[in-house]
Design a protein around this ligand. Sequence first.
Ligand code: HGY
Ligand code: MN
Ligand code: MN
Length: 416
Amino acid sequence: MPSVAINSTRLNDNLAALGQIGQDEFGMQRVAFSQFDVAGRDYVMELMQAAGMSVRIDAGGNVIGRKEGDSSGNGPTLPAIMLGSHTDTVPSGGQYDGALGVIAAIEVVQALADADHATRHPLEVVVFTNEEGTGFHRWLLGSRAIAGLWEAEDFAAVHDDGATLTSRLPDIGGNISRIAEARRRPDELACYLELHIEQGPTLHRGGYPIGIVTGITGRSVYHVDIVGEANHAGTTPMALRRDAMSSAAQIALAVRRIAGAMEVCRVGTVGSMDVHPNAGNVIPGRVQMGVEFRDERMESLAAAEVELRRTAEEVAHAENVAIAVTAQRNTPAVPISANMQQLAADAAEASGLAHVSLPSGAGHDAQAIAAITPAAMIFVPSVGGISHAPAEYTTPQDCANGAQVLLNALLLADQR
Ligand code: HGY
Ligand code: MN
Ligand code: MN
């Protein structure tokens, strides 16, 4: 395998520059479709152009940088090796989730250009639209458009602020009426490689610089709408209350019990709660909650849903409230093939870096792109296992290790 080195200083400087776009005192606010998301995309498009890539935006709003391979021109063009991740963050998120994979992918192309090393395969670097699903509650939005996995709910998606996806997609250069044009055929791609922070504690606790991802978790998401009766906090006897908040509290504790004590599935979370009218002296008449379960086994997610719905019925009866549980999204777990895991492991060994294999508890664009081409994911440590929070941190050395392994993986894939 030819040896080409990434430039660690440039990588970490570019990562820090992206980290300034959308940062405030609470963390990263570069949420999808925001002015900060647009600014972040503009920044990485400049880096792509500087690295010698042609840049386009597809109907799904995905930013796609492309560098032709040296097979182009003499004989049939080989399928592209695709690299990428996302630059959108969760609200008050961290600087590395998604961003590292994008900046490292561009660094890989820049380093190859600096070394005057032309790959046989064309290279594509993709910034996928709204990986987090923020606002529209339809995650992996751009990568699922490329994989041809959009559903009716995607076309009909309405943002929390009331705007339709149809009206917002043009803000980032997309066009919902032409979304089918974003779809890529399997024969256009050789493979997909993604570098990402682990977002969990395994690598940092174990002292491993590199993680080889064995599979990406499944995830089921629910909207729970509890309607009771708003009433006066001071005059309403306890026995006469139809209290949406005490019902919501019981549902939240049940979600923890389902994944915790009952071990029905791996994890369960209540991440959002809207209380109406949200005034201290009013018994809440309505509470809307976001619930999600994750597991590698889809049957465990199905069992968790049964338990959630059974609990909701029980609480609705006991509290004399109405509880509607609506399934919002069910994302299947995706295994990473043995030979793609081996490619990532060989890439780590080419740089003499220790590695360990592990599943991903976080979802990733790779789990959509895996539907149309073989995918591999490389992890680097998250200090303290913290992510989706301002304290998210990966050391410059670990970022550089990850980018070098990504480059090695690309070079190995280019030879195969
Ligand atoms: O939520 C996730 O698993 C990912 O960070 N989007
Ligand atoms: Mn994330
Ligand atoms: Mn991510």
